[in-house]
Design a protein around this ligand. Structure first.
Ligand code: ARG
Length: 581
């Protein structure tokens, strides 16, 4: 149990005893440390319910509560209860964390099956910095959920069956440069796509050829299918290189094409069950009529009032759409994998799409914890959407290369004597870590500005700052003669800065589960920054290796726990920690 849970159990027992009925009394970390470490505001609501005086109720509870030596409870204001944890309780907990592989984090996932849908770039189109958000957030949420005990299945739902293939096929047959394709398949496919796209825009005849190529592909033409397969394979290899570098992996790569055969029967079923109907030759899903208009994704409000906002699942020409594929995908994940939850990490512009899919699935009888985990845009330092000089979206590879290059400069300045190979490895960890942390420390819903200097600074809210803090904690143990034996240690913390650091270290087990309350990795990222700051302020004021025995051991224990949390927490965010830098 976390400290918070233990205190909450004690408070709930006391409230139940005083009231004479079982009741839960939530305990939260104190907003202001001057009043205590935790607080419980249950007296207010309970007194109101029972028409008694909250302060009197709180007084009875404080008299009755048995905190079992964890600390003391005090009343403030109209009936708030503040709990101040004793230094002994903090010390005991730090001692316990030394022998705890989970660092105090409870397993709350109970093996529930979650499908994590993230990254999902489109084949033969560049994976741009927008996709970086999905990839990094999705990977961090995967690591965190797995650690919390969920059974997580990661699936890269790549866009491998779009209309772009008409152009690619035509380009493949007319303007492909084989040598370039072998050198850098993704770049060459992109060039081909752009080349044809440009001529199709100015020449309707080219557009027509592309359309015919697409129809042939969809009709099962062998030559076109072979080219398509090769394109997908090459793109996958190119993407894999990026994922390797980012340390991201997937259990499955079931792209859109995987669902081709399921689309026609799905549309038929929707028609049969009355979940969809024909409209101007197309098949559409309309409102189910059972939701208030404001919550109904199939209704929109405009000047004339409310009107229909259907989702097309089969076009008049027989073609299927993104929504059709997503319905088939959701169904497959539930039936084949037993998904109880499906979490989609996709940009905010697709919010309506997912609301429609989820509502249609609900009416179709597919239930579960379906969630769109949206995010905003990445902006350049000019606050506009990030573009290169030629107006393109910035490629992901270029961003990573530049990050590592800049990190190499930071490393060279800080530690010029490192062997070249190690320096390069460290630069990779810092550069990639910096890009990831810049993403993960933001509220995912807001747009964020991509600023090199800010994300690579050794002092600031950055990955390098945290990595450097970790390195400093490791350095203490390197200077230690012999190893640090943690078994049977008595921890006794007394100094204010020791207590401050211990309080934060103990909160790790409380913070990690809250990340999933709203799928916000920034909750963990910001906690780690706070922990690192508390460590530095402790380390400035409290000598460790030079302290006298007993104090020295206690402080070493505190450093060890801090070090492990920093390393572990960064690991949950998908960020590596070098031992030196
Ligand atoms: N390929 C899509 C895009 O780049 C993202 C797919 C997200 N996943 C899904 N099941 N719709 O916009």
């Amino acid at each position: 149990m976390t400290l918070q849970q233990e205190i909450e159990a004690a408070m709930s027992a006391a409230f139940s005893q005083v009231i004479g009925a079982a009741t839960a009394a939530p305990v939260v970390p104190a907003a202001d440390l001057r009043f205590g470490d935790y607080q419980c505001n249950a007296a207010m609501a309970l007194a109101k319910e029972r028409k008694t005086n909250p302060r009197e109720l709180a007084t009875q509870v404080v008299a009755a509560v048995d905190l079992a030596g964890l600390g003391v409870a005090e009343i403030a204001g109209p009936g708030f209860i503040n709990i101040r944890v004793s230094p002994e309780a903090f010390s005991r907990r730090i001692g316990a964390l030394l022998g705890d592989d989970r660092l105090g984090v409870p397993e709350c996932g109970q093996g529930r099956t979650v499908v994590m849908d993230f990254s999902a770039p489109n084949v033969a189109k560049p994976m741009h910095v927008g996709h970086i958000r999905s990839t990094i957030i999705g990977d961090a949420l995967t690591r965190i959920s797995r650690f919390l005990g969920y059974r997580v299945i990661t699936d890269n739902h790549i866009g491998d069956w779009g209309t772009q293939f008409g152009m690619i096929l035509h380009g493949w047959k007319t303007v492909l440069d084989q040598a370039a394709l072998e050198r850098d398949p993704i770049a060459e496919l992109l060039r081909v796509y752009r080349d044809v796209n440009a001529s199709a825009k100015s020449d309707p005849a080219v557009m027509d050829v592309c359309r015919r190529e697409l129809v042939a592909l969809q009709g099962g033409d062998e030559e076109n299918l072979a080219i398509w397969r090769r394109c997908v394979e090459l793109s996958r290899q190119g993407l894999q290189k990026i994922y390797d570098r980012l340390d991201v992996s997937f259990d499955h790569w079931l792209g859109e094409s995987f669902y081709n055969d399921r689309l026609a029967p799905l549309v038929d079923e929707f028609l049969e069950k009355g979940l969809a109907r024909e409209s101007d030759g197309a098949v559409c899903i309309f409102s189910g009529g059972d939701l208030p208009a404001e919550q109904d994704p199939f209704r929109v409000h405009n000047k004339e009032g409310w009107s229909d906002n259907p989702a097309i699942i089969r076009k008049a020409d027989g073609g299927f759409l993104y929504a059709t594929t997503d319905l088939a995908t959701l169904d497959f994940r539930i039936r084949e994998w037993g998904a109880e939850a499906i979490w989609y990490v996709v940009g905010l512009p697709q919010a309506l799409h997912f609301r429609q899919i989820f509502d249609a699935c609900r009416r179709w009888g597919r239930v579960g914890d379906f969630r769109h985990i949206g995010f905003g845009s990445i902006l350049g330092e000019d606050r506009k959407l990030m573009k290169t000089r030629s107006g393109d979206n910035v490629g992901l590879i270029e961003v990573l290369d530049e990050a590592v290059e800049r990190a190499a400069q930071v490393v060279a300045e800080k530690n010029p004597d490192l062997p070249a190979e190690e320096a390069a490895e460290i630069a990779e960890a810092i550069g990639i870590g910096a890009v990831k942390f810049a993403e993960l420390s933001q509220n995912r819903l807001s747009d964020y500005i991509f600023a090199w200097d800010r994300m690579l600074a050794l002092q600031g809210d950055t990955a390098p700052y945290l990595q450097n803090s970790y390195v400093r904690t490791r350095a203490i143990f390197r200077k230690l003669e012999g190893s640090f034996e943690t078994a049977g240690i008595e921890v006794a913390l007394t100094e204010e800065r020791e207590i401050n650091l211990a309080r934060l270290a103990i909160r790790y087990g409380e913070v990690v589960p809250t990340v999933l309350e709203d799928h916000r990795p920034n909750v963990l990222a910001n906690y780690l920054l706070e922990l690192a700051r508390a460590f530095h302020s402790f380390y400035e004021a409290c000598p460790v290796l030079k302290a006298e025995e007993a104090v020295r051991t206690s402080r070493l224990a505190l450093c060890e726990v801090t070090s492990r949390i920093l390393g572990h927490g960064l690991g949950l965010l998908g960020i590596r920690c070098p031992e030196r830098m």
